[in-house]
Design a protein around this ligand. Structure first.
Ligand SMILES: C[S@@+](CC[C@H](N)C(=O)[O-])C[C@H]1O[C@@H](n2cnc3c(N)ncnc32)[C@H](O)[C@@H]1O
Length: 290
């Protein structure tokens, strides 16, 4: 049987009382989720002005990811579909406000209320159809559109995901772009099959300098997804950037030739205009950086 929990059962069934407790008491999981959350928070790039922000933790589970937000001085609201996970969060007295809900049905939050959103190991669940009424495309659409609405303009959402394959990654990213987000995917440790991690870094609002996908450590590394190397010293972050499709540029527009330019210059001279003399540089194609 596949080790991917997404294949085994719907999230509200998979994360039952037993699994929620097991998940939250595993020191390995605690450590991994904390690292992922710290990285997500870093990619969120909130202003370093000491002002606490209101953040959203999507698929907050028992509050492991939320704890990182609390430790960084922020307030947060967590949403999760599993009552058992939220029960453990309540027992652990996490600081965030908790909402029981399904992100695939959209986030019922007021427009523009959150200053940033993170999601750790949760969004790939939307790619599975757990009920006959589930259409992953519709659920991704509802999720990203509502996420876009709930963020303040210019705010970021950083979603760490475990897509099962390239098609899932593309599906998730394409629905984010359609909802209006700019951004792309940051891949940490691209050469390590064990440590490789992917983050969708999305910005709400029109593409701008601040919406460019962050460059990270080792950005000049080869991102050819060679999984043969397990060398974690070779930390690298690869970035695949994407914005909403731009309008098609007219690439085939022919430039006017030398003969045309010479003729025009001659006409100008006849009209009595001061025109530079013809030379071998006349009408020569300029280098791109001009
Ligand atoms: C691997 S756990 C991660 C929990 C938490 N973010 C952490 O870092 O510990 C994934 C969580 O996503 C939640 N989840 C999956 N699908 C969901 C959905 N459609 N709506 C809300 N939460 C969902 C699961 O219930 C589970 O708690």
């Amino acid at each position: 049987m596949s080790s991917r929990p997404e294949i085994q059962a719907p999230p509200e069934i998979f994360y039952n009382d037993d699994e929620a407790r097991k998940y939250t008491s595993s020191s390995r999981i605690i450590e991994i989720q904390a690292k992922l959350s710290e990285r997500a928070l870093e990619l969120l790039a909130l202003p370093e002005d000491g002002v606490p922000r209101l953040l959203l933790d999507i698929g907050c589970g028992s509050g492991l990811s939320g704890e990182t937000l609390t430790e960084s001085g922020h307030q947060w609201v967590g949403l999760d579909i599993s009552q058992s996970m939220l029960d453990v969060a309540v027992e652990r007295e996490v600081e965030g406000d908790l909402i029981l809900g399904d992100m695939g049905q959209g986030l019922a939050l007021r427009p523009g209320v959150v200053d940033g959103a993170i999601s750790i190991s949760a969004v790939q669940w939307l790619c599975n159809a757990d009920k006959s009424s589930h259409d992953p495309r519709k659920r991704l659409k509802a999720f990203f559109e509502s996420l876009y609405r709930s963020l303040s303009r210019g705010a970021r959402a950083v979603l760490q995901v475990y897509p099962e394959n390239v098609a899932q990654r593309e599906l998730i990213l394409s629905f984010a772009m359609r909802a209006g987000f700019a951004g792309g995917i940051v891949v940490d440790y691209p050469h390590s099959s064990k440590s490789r991690k992917e983050y969708l870094v999305l910005t709400c609002g029109p593409p701008s300098l601040s919406s460019a996908t962050p460059q990270g450590i080792g950005e000049d590394a080869d991102c050819s997804n060679d999984e043969s190397s397990e060398d974690e010293e070779n930390q690298a972050v690869c970035v695949s950037d994407r914005h909403r499709p731009r309008k098609k540029q007219k690439l085939n527009k022919k430039t006017k030739g030398r003969q045309w330019v010479l003729k025009k210059k001659e006409q100008m001279r006849k009209k009595g205009n001061a025109v530079p003399p013809d030379s071998r540089y006349t009408a020569r194609k300029r280098k791109d950086h001009f």
